[in-house]
Design a protein around this ligand. Structure first.
Ligand SMILES: *Cc1c(COP(=O)(O)O)cnc(C)c1O
Length: 387
């Protein structure tokens, strides 16, 4: 069978390989503790599940949904943006419902990137920015996220030639996998850069509500001129523990969203209306479950960060996300080697940083998506292994 050149250009999806390694260990009888994947272990809030039941019983919801998403869902998003960020949006053409934000992120290059055009991609990063670019026959150009720059790209290092050929720039704060956050100045710099070079900004913001210690993450659309140059992806997956439900949304520049809509019309037929109704309940219903979840995650973060520092790693406390991103011990040549050792000697899975791009080499990502007893057990095993 001959696969397309596009498929051949996509790097192997690291997480599938990790899953195979875990499966093998489990078959050998090892009680593996997986801190590898960014999928919340906590359940979806009850009010959201009840809303799905109600909506699923109504036959009107059994038909093809509208491509852009139900107007009620888009209006809910508009109210949420106003409440949360004081950003005004038009529900008619400045919001589109997505089948999870991954869907929109993967499709946006098809609307704007011609073969041979460049998209600017952070490195390390969520793999979909690069994969979506390759699938559109675009050229992914890495923007290194270095610790010395607070894991923010240095826009001044992008060559004039690349900037001229670039169609999209992807950014993501609070960031995965580094858990870094960005301040106003950075977003303003991105907006100026995009204006000067006629580039569309795609801000991926699924962790805006997953913050600690009183930190409140901004929306890209809060900043002057943002809507002229870009869009922002949001997801219900992480905030409401809804990764399996496949619902997200994208907001901002109407022309950009019309382009994405054109692609979506021809590829998918929208998100199940009952899931959109459940999404409305998530965004408008009581938020106490989010507060409770964040308290649980904050406790886990503190246990894990303090524990790892005690053992001799150097881990700082992130202000957002459910990831810890830290350097592997110096005796290891590669993050894959470290992760393999961690699995083989301690039965623990963490994701090698290089899996998010070559600039992630030398780091490992630990997701705190396990109960605190399991995290304590993981720390105990690492302590024993390293002695
Ligand atoms: C989880 C995640 C997404 C995708 O979330 P969906 O479930 O597709 O809505 C997008 N970007 C980043 C950085 C993520 O971590």
């Amino acid at each position: 069978m001959q696969y397309s050149g596009r498929i051949k250009k996509i790097p192997p999806y690291l997480f599938a390989e990790i899953d195979r390694a875990i499966e093998k260990k489990r078959r050998e009888g090892v009680d593996v503790i997986s801190l590898g994947i960014g999928d919340p272990d906590l359940p979806t809030p009850n009010n959201v599940i009840e809303a799905l039941y109600r909506a699923a019983r109504n036959p009107e919801n059994h038909h093809y949904p509208s491509y852009a998403g139900m107007l009620e869902f888009r209006e809910t998003v508009v109210k949420w943006y106003k409440r949360r960020f004081n950003v005004s949006l038009d529900p008619e053409d400045e919001v589109v419902t997505l089948i999870g934000s991954k869907e929109g992120i993967a499709h946006i290059p098809l609307a704007f990137t011609n073969p041979g055009d460049i998209n600017l991609i952070p490195n390390p990063a969520y793999p979909v920015y690069k994969a979506g670019t390759i699938l559109a026959d675009g050229i992914p150009r890495s923007m290194p996220l270095l610790e010395e720059n607070g894991f923010k790209p240095e826009l001044s290092k992008i060559s004039a030639e690349d900037a001229k050929k670039a169609r999209l720039i992807f950014i993501n704060y609070p960031n995965a996998p580094t858990a870094a956050t960005a301040e106003k100045e950075f977003f303003k710099e991105v907006i100026d850069f995009a204006k000067d070079n006629d580039i569309i900004v795609c801000h991926d913001n699924p962790y805006s509500e997953m913050t600690f210690d009183g930190y409140k993450a901004p929306s890209f659309l809060e900043f002057r001129g943002a809507k002229d140059v870009g869009i922002e992806f949001h997801s219900l997956s992480k905030t409401y523990n809804m990764t399996g439900w496949r619902i997200g949304f994208v907001s901002g520049n109407a022309e950009v969203l019309a382009g994405l809509g054109k692609i979506k019309e021809n590829i998918d037929s929208g998100a199940f209306q009952a899931v959109q109704f459940a999404g409305i309940d998530a965004l408008e219903g009581p938020q106490d479950s989010v507060v409770r979840n964040m308290r649980i995650l904050q406790e886990r973060r503190d246990i894990m960060v303090d524990g790892l520092n005690d053992i001799g790693f150097q881990v700082s406390k992130p202000k957002a996300t459910f990831y810890l991103w830290f350097r592997i011990p110096e005796r290891y040549k590669s993050s894959i080697e470290f992760s393999e050792d961690l699995l083989n000697k301690a039965g623990i899975v963490m994701t090698p940083g290089v899996g998010f791009g070559e600039h992630g080499e030398g780091y490992v990502r630990c997701a705190i998506t396990q109960k605190k007893e399991r995290l304590e057990e993981a720390l105990e095993r690492i302590r024993r292994w390293r002695l």
